[in-house]
Design a protein around this ligand. Sequence first.
Ligand code: UDX
Length: 436
Amino acid sequence: MKISIIGTGYVGLVTGACFAEIGHSVTCLDIDSTRIRKLNNASIPFYEPGLERILKKSLEKNQIKFTTNYSLACKNPDAIFVCVGTPSYKSGKPNLKFIKNVIKSLALAINSETVIFLKSTVPVGTTASMERLFKKYLKSKLDIAFASNPEFLKEGSAVNDFKSPDRIIVGTKSKKVQEISKNIFHAFNHQRSRILFTSIESSELIKYAANSFLATKISFMNEIARLADSTSANIDDVRKGMGADPRIGSAFLYSGLGYGGSCFPKDIDGLISSFKDKNLHPSILEAVKTVNSSQHKLYLKKIYDAFSKAKLKNMSIHIWGTSFKPETDDIRDSISIKLIRSLSKDVKKIFIYDPIALKNTKNELIDLQNLVFLRDKYTNIKQSNFLILATEWKEFWDPDIKKLQSLKSKTVIDGRNILNRKHLESSGINYLCIAR
Ligand code: UDX
């Protein structure tokens, strides 16, 4: 089928590349001409495992092309997927200006019947209001359908998530759009039907509710970890004991520094603002947010309890991991970045290492003077007093104990509860964590 994708960010690019790989003829549009030029040479602006390989293959086969030209993207597509960002206003409300610009541009360029799927995360009612906006600008009497198709891609495994979806949610009541959707997703829906058709509004809300529920699991465990930490309960055992109940499930129960990234914080804020718009009070969501925004402070407190502010002023420290989670170079709303900002005021120097997010980290923290970025995680470790492990990259799980023993204060703060406490402590290392 002929598919156009508007927006070549994370979601648009993964969607376009995966559709092209299964044989759809894909045109991806973005208004950023530099990005489009690079994409035509298979150069991807972010790190996502597996994406470059399928993009190169599809470019070679002429299965995918990149353009800034709306007329080209609107040349008889069977479907158009809108995948532009919905960043938050300060109030938490999603800013829909990029979507509105896309809708106007599409209305002016479309000259054949098609379906417009909104993949961007948008508050309930947005797809309907975008359809109204579209009709205002459309000059012809063409029958253009609107549908909602939220994404559930995890950074770091987005390609696999797209190809083996848990579910494909399509918000539409139109039988015709349902048939088109089945054809588009056929290759990903073959073994077992993953498509769930709902109303447009339910589809929009499913996305917010799913992400907010996952964030709730994390904040719930982080709250329980606070109590466990002040008793002798072990949060690892509590997690396993809880997760063994299939009604609870074992995923997303890991306590630590809290959640970050481009989705959870933004989606919780977006959902809270939707509640407020309807004069409803989002009690649980607000608690989830409060727990998460204070979680890293518990670790800071442990550091201030262990080292006085006066001593910290003369100390250098190591931080391992700056991406908001492993397998991505994304540092948006990363808790590690928050920690670095906070600690840089109090310590002499911070040595920072991340396997792939250093470039983004340097750009983000350009205003801080006392940071040193490392190519190897052990460089200068003898000059540091302690180490904070902030992101659970696989290469941090089994560190070289001898090297950690050379930390001046022999202290390791494990922000993700992944290190072997017994092993570290029996090697003379002071191990700080929460609730283990
Ligand atoms: C999320 C959703 O999982 C995905 O379905 C959606 O479409 C986009 O948002 P992503 O932002 O890539 O994906 O991150 P995810 O893997 O969900 O992790 C989010 C954050 O939660 C990370 O900071 C992670 O470290 C943290 N987390 C996750 C925990 O603190 N504990 C856990 O048990 C799980």
